[in-house]
Design a protein around this ligand. Structure first.
Ligand SMILES: [Fe+2]
Length: 515
């Protein structure tokens, strides 16, 4: 039997996805850097029993893409330690990276102990990265008393500062769950901007890389990555606002859009602690994580496989508010795609964990409002896919699922809601609960608009779009507590966050209650 040390030595650094890693060139010299190559920071993700993925990317400040593309492959050393002082090294290895992957590094470290913190760093030539801290998941089925998560999304750089990430970085958490709109492709008006994107609206791989790198240079975002493992999914702005599978709002045509999607997905992968690289315009991001016997966490992909918008405007196919659209009721329409929908339904039905957390991009509860013209529905969210939503919730009802909670983003509001198979109908039982974690910076709707939405949708217990922040989830065997941590819009550099509201879901009782 291997002892601990031998087991750790057996930790593997594996080539990820379809990316064959380059070999070191003979006689390669350790680079001497003129400026820090680790200016984008470090990150970890995909926490599992005994493994995590570590990430960094060598990107010296000011380096042009032509300069980068001319740089030879280089060898990056990674080390994992059991202690914060970096005295007990438990795993180490080397990986060669090159211009083809924009000098990104993804290392899957296996053979770690479950449910424990580790510290890690990278070195390359004469440069060393900041030290990151990560945490593995508990062993499968292990009795786990508590899970603490931050739920965050929607961090438009121009709308403000990452006060939410500053607070997240300082908290004791098991993981950060980020549910999309990590970058924004578009710009906002100068009168609204607190700071500016640089570069054009990205269309090409290099432009998406530049946008990701610009975001990653934010110190508070870096600190949140360095402090916790992240569990990730995406929404639309990682590619372009309101895209739906192979179609973007502008009528560019499928082929052209899929080239753009491929560039965006690849740049996304190059900047995230993920294990599965994209293949052209396709990238598997939906996944499942287990936290012992306490929680299973699904990450869902609500963009790549969805049906096109119902009653789409052929000139410019953005989501829109519609009053009469018979297509909405078409049962062939899907949000997750057939394969992901089936995978989820089977997964939740057979999950033995006490809590089933469904991390996905947007708001599940109905948000349509009464107007003089009739009831208006937003076609880009789950309201635009009502039959698919009903199938998902009916599958939970059929499985007599206890303790299902959806965790969402996208809509730039804090939401606590009950989820029924037939939304807002009192005789349709509540089968699950919903929390949406606001937005880190992106602007949301006014209090009056949110009050109106709540009035017209009695399943929604709480709706605020006028503040920025994130949600802190504290989950134990008896309850899932969700605290909305917020600051007025826009989020300013040193803004303190406070409690906007606290909601609780009790074990065995679907639905949210004010805490
Ligand atoms: Fe957003």
């Amino acid at each position: 039997m291997l002892n601990r040390r031998e087991l750790n030595r057996a930790a593997l650094c594996i080539a990820l996805g379809a990316w064959a890693l380059p070999r070191p060139s003979n006689g390669q010299e350790a680079p001497r850097w003129r400026s820090d190559p680790f200016g984008l920071g470090v990150a970890s993700g995909m926490p599992r029993e005994g493994s995590v993925v570590l990430w960094t990317r060598l990107a010296p400040l000011g380096e042009e893409s032509a300069e980068r593309d001319a740089r030879p492959p280089c060898q990056v050393r990674w080390e994992v330690f059991a202690d914060e002082a970096l005295r007990q090294r438990v795993a180490a290895g080397e990986q060669v990276t090159d211009a083809a992957r924009a000098f990104s590094v993804h290392v899957q470290v296996n053979g770690l102990a479950p449910q424990r913190s580790y510290w890690y760093r990278f070195t390359c030539g004469d440069a060393a990265s900041p030290v990151g801290r990560t945490r593995t998941a508990p062993a499968a089925g292990a009795a786990v008393a508590r899970l603490r998560l931050a739920l965050a999304s929607c961090q438009h750089y121009e709308y403000g500062f990452y006060a939410a990430h500053r607070e997240i970085a300082g908290r004791d958490l098991d993981a950060v769950v980020f549910v999309g709109d990590y970058i924004y492709e578009g710009h906002i008006g100068p009168s609204l901007a607190q700071r500016r994107h640089d570069g054009p609206v990205p269309l090409t791989l290099d432009e998406y890389r530049a946008r990701h790198a610009h975001y990653k240079r934010d110190a508070d975002l870096q600190a949140a990555h360095a402090a916790h493992p992240w569990i990730l999914t995406w929404d639309d702005h990682e590619v372009v606002n309101d895209y739906a599978s192979d179609r973007e709002p502008a009528p560019t045509g499928t082929e052209q859009f899929l080239r753009r999607r491929a560039a965006a997905y690849r740049a996304y992968f190059e900047h995230m602690p993920l294990a599965l690289a994209p293949q052209g315009p396709d990238m598997r991001i939906h996944d499942r994580f287990a936290w012992g016997d306490l929680a299973d966490i699904w990450t869902l992909d609500c963009r790549q496989y969805r049906s096109h918008h119902a009653c789409a405007d052929p000139q410019m196919d953005h989501g829109r508010m519609l009053t009469n659209c018979a297509e909405l009721a078409d049962p062939a329409r899907t949000m997750l795609g057939t394969a992901q929908e089936r995978w989820l339904a089977e997964g939740v039905a057979t999950s033995k964990a006490r809590w089933k957390l469904l991390a996905q991009s947007t708001q599940v509860s109905a948000t349509s409002i009464e107007t003089a013209q009739g009831r208006q529905t937003w076609t880009d969210g789950w309201d635009g896919y009502p039959v698919a939503r009903q199938r998902m919730l009916q599958a939970m009802a059929d499985a007599k699922l206890r303790n299902a909670v959806t965790l969402g983003g996208d809509v730039h509001r804090f939401i606590a809601a009950d989820l029924r198979v037939r939304p807002n109908e009192a005789d349709s039982p509540v089968v699950a609960s919903e929390f949406v974690g606001g937005s880190v910076t992106s602007r949301g709707a006014s209090r009056a608009a949110m009050d109106k939405m709540r009035l017209d949708n009695p399943d929604i217990a709480h709706a605020r779009g006028d503040e920025r922040g994130y949600a802190f989830l504290d989950i134990d065997r008896g309850a899932a507590r969700c605290e909305f941590r917020a600051t007025p819009h826009p989020a300013l550099k040193d803004a303190p966050l406070g409690r906007q509201a606290l909601y609780v879901v009790e074990d065995g009782r679907a639905g949210v209650m004010a805490g």
